[in-house]
Design a protein around this ligand. Sequence first.
Ligand SMILES: Nc1ncnc2c1ncn2[C@@H]1O[C@H](COP(=O)(O)OP(=O)(O)OP(=O)(O)O)[C@@H](O)[C@H]1O
Length: 436
Amino acid sequence: MGRIIVIEDNPVFRDHVCGMLEKAGYKTRTAYDCAGARRLLEELDDGDIIVSDLRLPDGECTEVLERMREAGIRNPFVIMTDYAQVASAVSSMRLGAEDYIPKTLLQEKLLPRISELVRKTERRHTIPILERRSAAFRTIDRRISLVAPTDIGVLILGENGTGKEHVAEKIHAQSTRQKGPFVAIDCGMLTRELAASELFGYEKGAFTGAITGKKGCMAEADGGTLFLDEVGNLPAEVQQKLLRALQTKCYRPTGCTRERKADVRIVAATNENLEKAVEEGRFRRDLYHRLKEFVIKIPPLRECREDILPLAEFFRELANEELGRHTEGFDKEAEKELMRRMWAGNVRELKQTVRSAVLLTEGRLIGADRLEAESTAQAGSSLLLKDGNEERERIVRALAQADGNREMTAGLLGISRTTLYNKMKEYGIMQKKSEK
Ligand SMILES: Nc1ncnc2c1ncn2[C@@H]1O[C@H](COP(=O)(O)OP(=O)(O)OP(=O)(O)O)[C@@H](O)[C@H]1O
């Protein structure tokens, strides 16, 4: 976890903010003016987050922000404002500030916002990836390198757990937008009521309870890539709004009278047959065509058998590090077993199986008896309990155990993330967007 750089000229307020952050376990560094901030920024680490007062003795912090963004430094920047400064703070968001928080609301807003940003930053910097070398993936890599530098919309098709999000990140990393943000949103988690605000944001006072405005994913992804995971679940009203935003590069946040511009490249992914969703009237044909300008199909792991052992080795070493184990490999029987399985949950299931095998192994070699029973789940199917109440409770418990991380929760329950989303929707289990 990185540090929080607090830039504030009022020493009492600065100590107050640092105290709050340190009590929550964050390390802080401080500066009191733009010049000091610029010096600190020279030694900025990837995971650091900046929280700054808007008006500083030698200028506005937006000058620092602007300089950072020009230099391609994308660390999150949150602005603290007095009531009278809200208008300029809003305009600073166009320069790439993540958020502004009125000082009067700092107590309740700062820590949740910081923990959301920490999760996002950590996710981008800590998931190690193995370059897959199977014939199928070499073809996929060629397709990625062809499409990445263009602004063509890409639709990634594949079963759950095949690695669609990594492919989207790769497209972004090889694009001319690589210095811009990569914002991922799970459309499967968006209720009809939430979808428009999450994607397009809203103005302060747009509806009861909208005490501050919200930026929305479109604005967050401005200059970068917006990854719409499980795009087939996007509610109809939002499909229309998204299509318009793609066609005109303009959109209107809820409650806002003026249009906003957003230069966003969309990469979408789905595990369902969108063609069928179009025929059944659940997905707009025009949006479908717009999203699938270029299609990348990711085969299930069982069809890329050359990748199984390299991935298993990769996950074994990761798990060694994470769990403090010293396994050195799989024995012959375990290798045979890894190759024999169908991996209905694809790479995600392989990763989880290897991780728990590492945990269970005391010697150097992992034996076949340490590989948990094969998942009987068909991709996308549910294997939970028949009794609804019990099932709901189990999901809530698993979410708490996994500290809100949905991937880990799905892993604990032995189901795919999509099934988890659908179940959460079905049981009305709410979760904050930051809890991913
Ligand atoms: N090449 C790879 N190297 C290392 N880990 C990988 C690789 N591909 C996938 N994974 C891991 O497998 C899991 C599933 O990957 P990812 O979330 O990208 O799949 P997905 O197809 O987007 O899944 P879903 O459809 O459920 O959203 C993640 O934990 C991811 O880190």
